[in-house]
Design a protein around this ligand. Structure first.
Ligand code: NAD
Length: 491
């Protein structure tokens, strides 16, 4: 790469896209200011890519796939590229964590955890590259039939602002491991670490055009990318509405998609549960990243005999939670942007007006600037399952509690939203653990634990409105490739 960027986040820095192995501004020269959610101040800018910029990136990825050394590289060599990227992410870990925290407002502790997550993706998929293989199939006499797993070609990854480092790792790790080339469009609200990772990928030895990042608005760059006829497969994480638009765009080219569209994930706490073990996990599952987590545990269903006890213990913990600037490393940071804060505010106000009981509220640190996008944590009790906060993703630090009378009712409530991403089951009864885990319709079920976002090895994805396709683990390698069947007639 011609001009290599310094590792520090200098004030007012004009970040560049990475297209075909080079830094690239938007062809129009237009830029988007990057605001820090902690203080609402602009500290950098990114290119506002349009259709022509996307075309350049996709054409580069197409060429790199069709002609470049990448498509002829052995799985072992691809794995080594990913492993070198893992090592570079580790080496630049502090810089990446600081950049991610400033760009998204998340506490620095969470920024560091996200770096570890990103590292694990490149490490895991670096090691997995040469371990994916096809089958030989018993067929007719005189024939041998076998299958190969082949890359789709050019993969477009459209990713959100909540965990850019980790979600990029999940998309890029699996897509590149299978030999695809990649064009990523991060969120206009959080693009900086994606740019840095694409720069590091060049340093790691990925050939030009294999790992491209275009930045810009969803309605321009995102829409152009998802509709581009030279893209072979689209993977998206974000809101259901945008997911529908992207699927419609990809459908015009009859391309495959993976959709990760959020959730309204329940944790079910039975009366025999180890409450002390559950409490910190229940709180963390909604407070981590300010509740801006697709797999946030945003509903807690509590068996009636322990409802009051668990509700009051959760209230005690909620009332001690404090939101503040990312550098202060408090329980949670600011929300990503004013629009998101407004969404959370209006959903909380609607619930209050409808008479839903507020059991506790956390605080905003007195030193937090008024210009930051903070929202205090809110705990709602005895929520009506038909209420908006019981059904819709808030994507903020808002937890809803529901009492239940029986296992039957718990399962009905757990399955009673349009989503089905993750669930938690808290009970000491082994038979019940198995029964409930099977009956809850969610892509992941945790028993006596909860993994909001973690577990690179664990297949992840939704049922119902939470989306389709699977990411993480080996499953993602199947999503990021297609089976080719070859039949030999040898008589
Ligand atoms: P979004 O779904 O609109 O944005 C996600 C990504 O899609 C971004 O990169 C964006 O630029 C891009 N995009 C937007 N419109 C597009 C289009 N027409 N074509 C192609 N790409 C497009 O999410 P948002 O507006 O930032 O947030 C809205 C809500 O989405 C949140 O309140 C939250 O409920 C949900 N959300 C969920 C997740 C998740 O991980 N599941 C992540 C972020 C947001």
């Amino acid at each position: 790469m011609g001009t290599h960027l310094s590792a520090t986040v200098t004030e007012g820095r004009a970040f560049m896209q990475v297209i075909d192995g080079r830094q690239a501004d938007a062809l129009s020269g237009k830029r988007i200011d990057v605001f820090c959610p902690s203080d609402g101040k602009a500290f950098a800018s990114i290119p506002a890519a349009g259709r022509s910029d996307v075309d350049l990136a996709v054409t580069a990825a197409r060429r790199a796939f069709d002609e470049g050394p990448w498509s002829r590289m052995s799985a072992i060599e691809r794995g080594r590229c990913l492993t070198r990227l893992f090592q570079l992410v580790e080496k630049h870990g502090d810089e990446l964590a600081a950049l991610e925290s400033r760009d998204t407002g998340k506490p620095i502790r969470q920024g560091k955890a996200d770096v570890l997550g990103a590292m694990r993706y490149y490490e895991f998929y670096g090691g997995a590259c040469d371990k994916v293989h096809g089958d030989t199939i018993p067929f007719l006499d005189g024939y041998t039939a076998l299958t190969l797993r082949e890359p789709h070609g050019v993969v477009a990854g459209i990713i959100p602002w909540n965990y850019p480092l980790q979600i990029l790792g999940r998309v890029a790790g699996a897509a590149l491991a299978m030999g695809n080339t990649l064009v990523v469009k991060p969120s206009e609200d959080a693009s900086l670490t994606s740019i840095r990772i694409a720069e590091l990928a060049l340093e790691a030895g990925f050939p030009e055009g294999v790992f491209n990042v275009v930045t810009g608005y969803g309605s321009d760059a995102g829409a152009a990318l998802s509709a581009h006829p030279l893209v072979d497969y689209v993977t998206f994480t974000g809101s259901p509405l945008t997911g529908t638009a992207i699927q419609q765009a990809a459908a015009l080219n009859n391309r495959g998609v993976t959709m990760e569209l959020g959730g309204k994930s329940p944790q079910i706490v039975f009366a025999d549960a180890d409450i002390d073990a559950a409490l910190p996990v229940l709180v963390n599952a909604i407070i981590q990243n300010g509740g801006q987590t697709c797999s946030a545990g945003s509903r807690v269903l509590i068996e009636r005999p322990i409802y009051e006890e668990v509700a009051s213990k959760l209230a005690e913990r909620f009332s001690k939670l404090v939101a503040g600037p990312h550098e202060a490393d408090l329980d949670l940071g600011a929300l990503i942007n004013p629009k998101q804060r407004e969404r959370v505010r209006s959903m909380v106000a609607a619930a209050r007006e409808a008479g839903v009981a507020v059991l506790a509220e956390g605080a905003i640190h007195p030193d937090a600037l008024r210009e930051g996008y903070y929202h205090r944590p809110v705990l709602f009790g005895s929520v009506d399952p038909s209420a908006e906060i019981a059904r819709e993703e808030v994507f903020g630090p808002v937890l809803a509690l529901f009492p239940f009378e029986s296992e039957e009712e718990a399962v009905r409530l757990a399955n009673g939203t349009e989503f089905g991403l993750v669930a938690g089951v808290w009970t000491r009864d082994g038979a019940r653990q198995h029964r409930v885990a099977k009956r809850v319709r969610a892509g992941q079920v945790f028993v006596n634990s909860y993994g909001a976002g973690g577990g690179i090895e664990l297949p992840f994805g939704g049922f119902k409105k939470s989306g389709h396709g699977r990411e993480k683990g080996f499953e993602a390698l199947y999503d990021m490739s297609a089976t080719k069947t070859i039949v030999f007639n040898h008589g």
